[in-house]
Design a protein around this ligand. Structure first.
Ligand SMILES: [Mn+2]
Length: 345
């Protein structure tokens, strides 16, 4: 591989809201925190954070869940705790974050505590539609240096399955105009272990590719998944030099760039990567500071509109991915999404 791995889909532990949620979340979060060698004092903080999240969901939210995982970027590793619910939403998010009391009697109480516990946290709430919260605990207590283009993603298997056939990956590459980012979004056909195997193979081929152009990387992924059931795959190149996104996709992956009021959809060709591969075409769109690139599988409806998510696209990419998945996921398929946000200077 030329370049380094920035971030990648890993195991996500999804816990649905029920009476045992707090205990299950504590146990899982404690295990994850110890697996990345957080100190016992910090493990206790992670456990307290997910207990707070679970209690909030049980008391105040409709149909919530927690997603717990280890995230890695460069040499940095963290435990990330996400809380997602479908209502009722928080009226005063700023107040809830400030002291956790001005939203007393609603989901907002406890947000202050989460903020004090975590190294890094954020919240996005849509009144009547749902709230997403993230909290991150870095193993070395040091968050990585901020980057110009921040990336993150999220996957959730179809209910009843433990593994997900949707996957994503982000790595650097030396482009014609200097450093660039390559992003993979892959939906292995079907679901369950066979689809997850396609996803593994696609990620491996994406990492191993020495190509720079999205069409050439896509050809490498095609060869990498050739004797599997096949996949829908899109590859995006985020070029810092020309501030554009170049994208090649085959199969049903939704890709768009949201910049201010403008939404630019980047089309994929019909076909199945690994099975029936058409000649890839590349489409591109401007990617100025403030813009966000979103790529997702058909496990999310493509009927959502950026205008329905005020304030979301300036947030941490994990939070963007989580809120879009929370609002747009269809229950009858694996869901996967990857997001790149071009930070304003
Ligand atoms: Mn699918």
């Amino acid at each position: 591989m030329n370049g380094t791995l920035v971030a990648e889909a890993g195991d996500v532990h999804w816990l649905r809201s029920d009476v045992a949620l707090a205990a299950a979340a504590r146990r899982q979060a404690g295990q994850l925190a110890r697996s990345v060698r957080l100190s016992e004092e910090r493990v206790a903080r992670v456990e307290l954070c997910v207990t707070e999240m679970a209690t909030n969901l049980l008391k105040h939210a409709d149909d919530g869940s927690l997603a717990l995982r280890v995230v890695r970027t460069g040499d940095h590793v963290a435990v990330e705790c996400l809380s997602l619910d479908n209502g009722p939403g928080i009226d005063d998010v700023a107040g809830a974050l400030r002291d956790g009391t001005s939203a007393a009697g609603s989901l907002g109480i406890g947000m202050g505590a989460i903020g004090r516990l975590a190294d890094d946290h954020g919240i996005h709430s849509l009144r009547g539609r749902g709230t997403v919260v993230y909290a991150r605990f870095w193993a070395d207590r040091q968050a990585p240096e901020p980057v110009r283009v921040a990336t993150g993603g999220l996957t959730r298997p179809i209910s009843g399955e433990q593994v997900c056939g949707d996957t994503w990956s982000v790595r650097t590459v030396s482009g014609p105009g200097g450093d660039a980012l390559l992003l993979l979004m892959c939906d292995g056909l079907g679901h369950g272990p066979l689809a997850a195997r396609v996803a593994d193979r696609a990620r491996g081929a994406f990492r191993a590719s020495r190509q720079v152009s999205p069409a050439a990387v896509l050809e490498d992924v095609h060869r990498g998944v050739r004797d599997t059931r096949g996949a829908a795959v899109a590859i995006a190149l985020v070029d810092h030099a020309d501030q554009r996104v170049h994208l090649s996709g085959v199969g049903n992956i939704t890709a768009l760039v949201q910049a201010g009021e403008n939404r630019n959809t980047l089309l994929s060709m019909p076909g199945i990567v690994g099975m029936q591969m058409p000649r890839p075409r590349t489409f591109d769109a401007a990617f100025p500071p403030g813009a966000a690139l979103v790529m997702h599988s058909d496990g999310l409806s493509d009927r959502w509109r950026p205008g329905d998510f005020p304030g979301l696209f300036d947030q941490d990419p994990s939070l963007v991915a989580a809120q879009l998945l929370n609002q747009a996921a269809v229950r009858r398929d694996d869901a996967g999404i990857v997001v790149a946000v071009h930070r304003r200077p």
